[in-house]
Ligand binder design. Structure first.
Ligand code: CMC
Length: 431
């Protein structure tokens, strides 16, 4: 039986249906609010606005819980692979062995990118940010692979194509930016091993794919695979709601992810830690700046819109980072700085009162750096990981009969009506 919330507004009482999700998730259905009262809701940044019902990812920010299709992130990070987790997110269920094998074969079949695409990469100015290149090239995929069939099979081909090609494109972009020969994907390597090989194998220095790095990369991408209605995912859904194709929608998501408050934070963290290291800044001074309301500086890799406790992904990432550095016997002074920053910040009343804890980006860059990934590609690594989430969310949005064109409202605060003044009658402005 539907429950209702009562709202009294201008002396009139209306009832609004309550929507109940799983595990305590609840919302108030305000779709008829404006029609019944003339009011809209005001919620900049959408902190209290549910834009959809979704069966993909569950987050509890107070308890630090994250589950994909009901399965805790800790279990997936421990036991799953990125390909299997992608399948789970997109199709809703874990694959059988046959389904997983078939997916791996198809990912291999789709792993090449059209040779003509390499021309585009060659002509980006040196020093272009890889996220700008990625966004443009994901959009360009629509021109190279225009067949988007509106069938389950067609969708499957498209998502496999995206997952496989974007990974190849990221490595290709790196090789071309260095002026090196492009390394093609290999059929005998798994998804993650192939990426590492395409990045680091050269004709003069064969790359030995280490299984512990492959495992670490699987975990990294699993942790990034979805995060319900975050900024870039909301963008992907929003663009898709205009019946825009999946490539263009995901290209917009890549652009949103680039920002340093979102996925770009992983690059910003390393820049912050490097600056502390190189300039010998005291950790206490960094903390002081982060707390100063007159200083725009924020502690990068700290805080989250939803998590009011330790980000469950950050816990796993921290462990993953330690393991990689140990395995590689890699001493990184930035790790010591990060650990000290975390220790001091988490015992500081400002950070406690504001519920600010390390997020997924705090330790990820240190691990990627140890693996040899250049700093300007960190957010590209995040984007590859987020692909299955964007794909699953785009599809859910397109097939949800309750979804409409995304079109928020506003409360207008500009001029009241006023007449047009012909140019000859306007007051001259002093220059
Ligand atoms: N350092 C110092 N103060 C902070 C920080 C921080 N990193 N984050 C939030 N605050 C303070 C902020 O100054 C404000 O204080 P007050 O209420 O006294 O004015 C309060 O906390 C709330 O801040 P907000 O900006 O309203 O919170 P939000 O929910 O909009 O911000 C955030 C979330 C992630 C943008 C923010 O915490 C931040 O800027 N963090 C640093 C960037 C970062 O690490 N981003 C990665 C997010 S996780 C990966 C992903 O999902 O993309």
């Amino acid at each position: 039986m539907t429950k209702y919330a009562k709202l009294t507004i201008d002396g009139k009482e209306i009832e609004l249906p309550i929507i109940e999700g799983v595990d305590g998730d609840k919302g108030i259905d305000i779709r008829l609010l404006r029609q019944k009262t003339g009011f809209i809701t005001y919620d900049p940044g959408y902190g209290n606005t549910g834009s959809c019902k979704s069966a993909i990812t569950y987050m509890d920010g107070e308890r630090g819980i994250l589950r994909y299709r009901g399965i805790p992130i800790e279990d997936l990070a421990e036991h799953s692979s990125f390909v299997e987790t992608s399948y789970l997110l997109i199709n809703g269920e874990l694959p059988t062995r046959d389904e997983l094998n078939r997916t791996s074969v198809q990912l291999n079949d789709h792993s090449l990118v059209h040779e003509d695409m390499q021309n585009f990469y060659q002509h980006f100015p040196r020093g272009s940010h890889p996220m700008g290149i990625l966004s443009a090239m994901v959009n360009a995929l629509r021109s190279f692979y225009p067949e988007l069939l509106n069938t389950d099979e067609g969708f499957e081909q498209t998502f496999l194509r995206l997952l496989s090609k974007v990974r190849t494109m990221a490595a290709l972009s790196y090789k071309i930016s260095r002026g090196h020969r492009v390394e093609y994907p290999r059929p005998d390597y798994t998804y993650c091993a192939n990426f590492l090989n395409m990045m680091f194998n050269t004709p003069v220095k064969p790359y030995m794919v280490r299984k512990e790095l492959v495992r670490a990369l699987n975990v990294f991408w699993i942790l990034h695979a979805d995060h319900e209605q975050n900024c870039s995912t909301a963008v992907v859904r929003s663009v898709g709601s205009a019946q825009t194709n999946i490539y263009a929608s995901i290209s917009a998501g890549v652009s949103a992810l680039w920002g340093y408050l979102h996925g770009g934070a992983n690059q910003a963290v390393i820049q912050m830690l490097s600056e502390i290291h190189e300039k010998g800044v005291k950790i206490e001074d960094v903390i002081k700046r982060a707390k100063d309301k007159n200083d725009p500086f924020r502690l990068m890799g700290f805080g989250h819109r939803v998590y009011k406790t330790y980000d469950p992904r950050a816990k796993i990432m921290k462990k993953n980072c330690h393991e990689v550095l140990n395995r590689l016997n890699y001493q990184d002074p930035l790790l010591d700085i990060a650990l000290e920053l975390e220790q001091i910040a988490t015992s500081d009343p400002y950070f406690n009162d504001h519920n600010l804890y390390p997020n997924v980006d705090f330790y990820s860059g240190i691990m990627l750096r140890a693996m040899g990934i250049p700093t300007n590609m960190f957010t590209v690594m995040f984007a590859i990981g987020r692909l299955p989430g964007w794909i699953a969310q785009w599809r859910e949005n397109m097939t949800d009969p309750e979804q409409r064109l995304a079109r928020p409202r506003q409360v207008y605060t500009g001029y009241a009506p006023r007449p047009y003044i012909p140019i000859e009658d306007r007051e001259p402005v002093e220059c």
